[in-house]
Write a protein that binds this ligand. Structure first.
Ligand SMILES: NC(=O)c1ccc[n+]([C@@H]2O[C@H](COP(=O)([O-])OP(=O)(O)OC[C@H]3O[C@@H](n4cnc5c(N)ncnc54)[C@H](OP(=O)(O)O)[C@@H]3O)[C@@H](O)[C@H]2O)c1
Length: 359
């Protein structure tokens, strides 16, 4: 089959013919239709992000495809089913604290690296091999719709955060980084869950205004000016009541103070979800007031990705009309032009756009 290969960090992806993946028990082979290109893929492939990948590797995390062949233990999936492929591969031999591999993106830990030895390659290829439990059926779709369904991956990340925080209809939410790709998706997801108000923070006033214009009057944009206390006061002044939940999804380039600005706005007994990259590039962590956390019974969740049931729930929210996949303008590239896709994704980071590779 044809696949894109990362052979060494800092070199362009090479399009080559590689052996087809071989099916095993507990696995499914998927004919890949469409895979989203992350805005920061270039930083991953250059080695700047220090993501753990053993080379050579076929990159590409998750996506949309059509089942080609199922292992003997699949009871529902069948060839021809359209599916969402979740790149979050979890080890099966410790249900309490499984290791995680983001297939085609990063092994992250030594345990993830063991998974990476087997589920080595990702989805920038004509076929991919995926653990059976990582597939969720989409139902009937027109094949031309596959690229827009890649928007699920963007939405599912913040949905995982709101699930762990138990976000409920009627609650007041802060999305710290509401101007970003995942942050603006978080705004859409919080609204779909039924938030009373979503305070979207960001430094970029024009993008904030666009987020508010697109998502309506439950979105309250608050521009961050860089002074922690004043920015926090702005968030609190915008909120129509006590803030129930804060979700942070800033880039590694952001400072710990930018996280703390939003985090400390949460009400007593409130919940905070940390999903961003602050600290991943090194530097100090987020310094939090112990007594304030303790006296106010604050819950802080770190969250990487989302649970196994989330894709089915998100597909249902799309089918119900609660989430509009057309909020993202999609630009597609063929596998042969994948290096153009990497550059396009980097040049078009942020909300409302998505770069997709079609296989
Ligand atoms: N936990 C998970 O499961 C998970 C999954 C996927 C991605 N992520 C993480 O999500 C983060 C956001 O990714 P993205 O693709 O949404 O990024 P993005 O589109 O570039 O958005 C970045 C956000 O960070 C804000 N920001 C604040 N300070 C910044 C600074 N100094 N430099 C640059 N941006 C700054 C930007 O807002 P303004 O420019 O308006 O301030 C924007 O809202 C990444 O760190 C990624 O690792 C987490």
């Amino acid at each position: 089959m044809k696949a894109a290969l990362l052979k060494s960090f800092g070199t362009p992806l090479a399009i080559e013919t590689v052996p087809d993946p071989v099916l095993g028990t507990g696995e499914v082979i998927v004919d890949v239709a469409a895979t989203a290109m992350l805005a920061y893929a270039r930083e991953v492939y250059s080695g700047k992000r220090n993501y753990l990948l053993d080379l050579p590797v076929v990159p590409g995390s998750g996506g949309i495809g059509c089942v080609r062949a199922v292992g003997p233990d699949a009871t529902r999936l069948a060839p021809g089913d359209w599916v969402y492929c979740d790149p979050t591969v979890r080890s099966r031999d410790d249900s309490v604290s499984p290791d995680i591999l983001l297939q085609g993106l990063t092994a992250a830990t030594e345990g993830g690296r063991i998974l990476h030895r087997h589920f080595h390659d990702g989805s920038f290829a004509e076929q991919t091999r995926v653990p059976t439990e990582n597939l969720t059926r989409l139902g009937t779709i027109d094949p031309t719709e596959a690229p827009r369904w890649c928007g699920l991956g963007r939405l599912l990340v913040p949905y995982g955060g709101f699930l762990v925080a138990g976000l409920k209809a009627g609650e007041i939410v802060v999305v710290n980084g509401g101007t970003g790709a995942f942050g603006s998706a978080a705004v859409a997801v919080a609204l779909a869950i039924g938030a009373r108000a979503v305070i979207a923070t960001g430094r970029n006033g024009a993008v904030l205004d666009e987020v508010a214009r697109r998502y309506g009057k439950r979105v309250l944009p608050v521009q961050m000016q860089g002074d922690e206390e004043q920015d926090r006061a702005r968030i609190l002044a915008a909120a129509p009541g006590p803030i129930d939940c804060v979700l942070d999804i800033l880039l590694p380039a952001a400072s710990p103070a930018q996280v703390r600005t939003a985090l400390l706005t949460v009400r007593p007994y409130g919940r905070v979800v940390l999903m961003g990259g602050v600290g991943m590039a090194g530097g100090p962590g987020v310094d939090l007031p112990y007594a304030w956390l303790m006296r106010n019974c604050i819950t802080i969740h770190g969250k990487w990705m989302y649970p196994r049931e989330a894709p089915g729930q998100m597909i249902a929210m799309v089918r119900a009309g609660l989430i509009d996949l057309d909020a993202l303008a999609v630009t597609t590239f063929g596998l042969d032009d994948i290096n153009d896709a990497v550059a396009h994704a980097a040049a078009n980071a942020g909300p409302f756009t998505m770069t997709v590779v079609v296989s």
